[in-house]
Ligand binder design. Structure first.
Ligand code: FAD
Length: 240
């Protein structure tokens, strides 16, 4: 159900849109030159070729917009305190040109073949899950699909309305937001994704598990998924 993407190559892109969607987090839209297009598969990423103090540096960002053939793509980027690329990209004025290598990556949706799907992310690790879960909805709508995503504060939650719209349209889709520092006035227990997974799932033997985000969380959730019975070859990960 993944299909083929364009071959990866250097492409010129221009920053064409910017929207703040959560604390320090932006959806950035990049356009290709007129007549150019890129064919992506849900879950792939682009790598920016940047220069810092005369040295080349690269940083990768998951494509969050619809897969297929398009003349533009969107990314969700969080400004990291003191971070070079995330601040450069989020602070760039519209019209700024960049060079990217794209599309890249093999973190894509696999045919569930009757299994359920579990997606686990923290923060901007949710970025590739927008197109991946939409692809599953389009191609395998009978799949029971759960997205567990961890943030610190309520204001960190990214594009929640897209997921609530999807839950309304697709009863087999379940969203679980987990806050490690919820508003003290809320009757919500501070939790991490690992605790939410233990509470909600007893047996993952019939699941495909997709995990994306900070390397430590990815390894933890990978181990936990195996403990809960997930087959190692049905666990797919992307480490930021
Ligand atoms: C395949 C792939 C896809 C990715 N997709 C996305 C995406 O969709 N959105 C996104 O925002 N990021 C994504 N990342 C992470 C991104 O590539 C950068 O690592 C991130 O933006 C930080 O880069 P920087 O240059 O701003 O920070 P740097 O200058 O590299 O780091 C500055 C400081 O911040 C620390 N730091 C680095 N990253 C983080 C972090 N995430 N949280 C807290 N501290 C950090 C570093 O340890 C260092 O001390 C992805 C990474 C990979 C490998």
């Amino acid at each position: 159900m993944t299909g083929n993407s364009s071959p990866a190559r250097r492409r010129s892109v221009t920053l064409a849109g910017k929207e703040k969607v959560a604390t320090d987090t932006y959806v950035l839209r990049f356009e290709l030159p007129s007549g150019d297009s890129i064919h992506t598969v849900a879950g792939q990423y682009v790598t920016f070729l940047l220069e810092r103090n005369g040295k080349s540096v690269t940083r990768s960002y998951s494509i969050t917009s619809e897969p297929g053939s398009h003349a533009a793509f969107e990314l969700v980027i969080k400004k990291v305190a003191g971070g070079f690329a995330s601040n450069l990209l989020c602070d760039a004025p519209l019209g700024t040109a960049f060079t990217v290598l794209a599309p890249l990556g093999k973190f894509v949706v696999h045919d569930p073949g009757g299994r359920s799907a579990l997606f686990v992310a923290t923060g901007t690790g949710i970025a590739p899950f927008f197109p991946m879960i939409q692809a599953l909805h389009r191609d395998r709508p009978q799949t029971d699909t759960t997205l567990v995503v961890g943030y610190r504060y309520p204001a960190d939650i990214i594009l929640n309305e897209r997921w609530t719209r999807l839950s309304e349209a697709w009863p087999r889709f379940h969203l679980v937001n987990v806050l490690s520092r919820p508003d003290p006035e809320w009757a919500v227990k501070p939790r991490h994704v690992q605790e939410a997974l233990r509470e909600r799932f007893r047996d993952l033997s019939n699941f495909d598990v997709y995990i994306c985000g900070a390397p430590e969380m990815v390894s933890d959730v990978q181990d936990l998924s195996v403990q809960l019975g997930a087959s190692k070859d049905r666990i797919f990960v992307e480490r930021y």
